[in-house]
Design a binder for this molecule. Structure first.
Ligand SMILES: [Fe+2]
Ligand SMILES: [Fe+2]
Length: 137
């Protein structure tokens, strides 16, 4: 199953792993809806759920960056902001879709996959050492 949490996604911080699991669950819902050709309205509602989880989660990570004076903070926050902007752009694009979401399906799946691979699997893992060193597991 695509967008299913696996142990190797772990950043070795329980609270954050749980948030990532929620995010992946929301991504999986979107993927399923795209595959079963749900209406643009439904896709946007699910995108909204994803962004609610994501925003709460980004704030959690950013709070710890500040608390632990994490040296990768600026780059990481910029990456969060780009995800926020891109997701917002998708909501607008999907609203402009007439009837079928076909044209944005691959673009949206690509966006979610990049989020998973480039952000969750790559960038997030960089703070594990810092967070663990400050006693956060
Ligand atoms: Fe994250
Ligand atoms: Fe992050």
């Amino acid at each position: 199953m695509i967008f299913e949490w696996r142990q190797d996604y772990s950043v070795n911080v329980k609270q954050i792993d749980l948030q990532h699991q929620e995010i992946l669950e929301s991504m999986h819902f979107i993927y399923d809806s795209l595959m079963s050709k749900k209406s643009p309205d439904i896709i946007n509602k699910e995108l909204e759920v994803l962004m609610n989880h994501a925003n709460a989660h980004f704030l959690t990570e950013e709070m710890y960056f500040k608390e632990f004076n994490y040296d990768g903070a600026a780059e990481h926050i910029e990456a969060h902001n780009k995800l926020r902007r891109d997701a917002g752009d998708f909501v607008i694009k999907i609203k402009q879709v007439n009837g079928d979401t076909y044209e944005i399906v691959f673009e949206l799946i690509d966006f979610l996959e990049n989020w998973l691979v480039d952000h969750l699997e790559t960038l997030d893992k960089k703070y594990t050492k810092c967070f663990n060193e400050h006693g956060l597991y």
